[in-house]
Design a binder for this molecule. Structure first.
Ligand code: RTP
Ligand code: MG
Length: 134
């Protein structure tokens, strides 16, 4: 079974959509194996987004994810990575289908509500960063 790290990003948390978002992953059939309310430190944000270090929007990514409280969760299940990304929708909310989280709730790529790991290896790495006890 795979693990995926899901972050309910500051925009989604501030809008009071955490419950709605978490319910969608549960309805899909994914199981929560860790969850916490927290604020991401700059150091953790840089480690989490390490693959994007050279991208022009890296600074914005780090400042946004550290800008307010989030909920971090690890979901586990068969094909959890692909299943969760299907629930989340395309990176650009304007390209995400209706019925996906980003398609239903977001407009801008920088404030796209949710993070989901992009491969089984990333899932293990990212889950370990946020939940070292796992
Ligand atoms: P995520 O990591 O947040 O689940 O999103 P993703 O896999 O769909 O997208 P990724 O390529 O990993 O990008 C990470 C986050 O960077 C922001 N982004 N901004 N300005 C831009 O062109 C741009 N491209 C990506 C998004 O917030 C994306 O979620
Ligand atoms: Mg990604």
């Amino acid at each position: 079974m795979e693990k995926t790290l899901i972050l309910v990003k500051p925009d989604a948390f501030a809008r009071g959509l955490s419950g709605e978002i978490i319910a969608r992953f549960e309805r899909k059939g994914l199981k929560i194996i860790a969850a916490k309310h927290m604020t991401v430190t700059e150091d953790l944000a840089k480690q989490h987004y390490a693959e994007h270090t050279e991208r022009p929007f890296f600074g914005e990514l780090v400042s946004f994810i550290t800008s307010g409280p989030i909920i971090a969760l690890v979901f586990e299940g068969d094909n959890a990575i692909k299943a969760a990304r299907q629930v989340i929708g395309a990176t650009n909310p304007l390209e995400a289908t209706t019925g996906s989280i980003r398609g239903d709730f977001a407009i801008a790529v920088g404030t796209n509500m949710v993070h989901g790991s992009d491969s089984p290896e990333s899932g293990i790495r990212e889950a370990g960063l946020f939940f070292p006890e796992l």
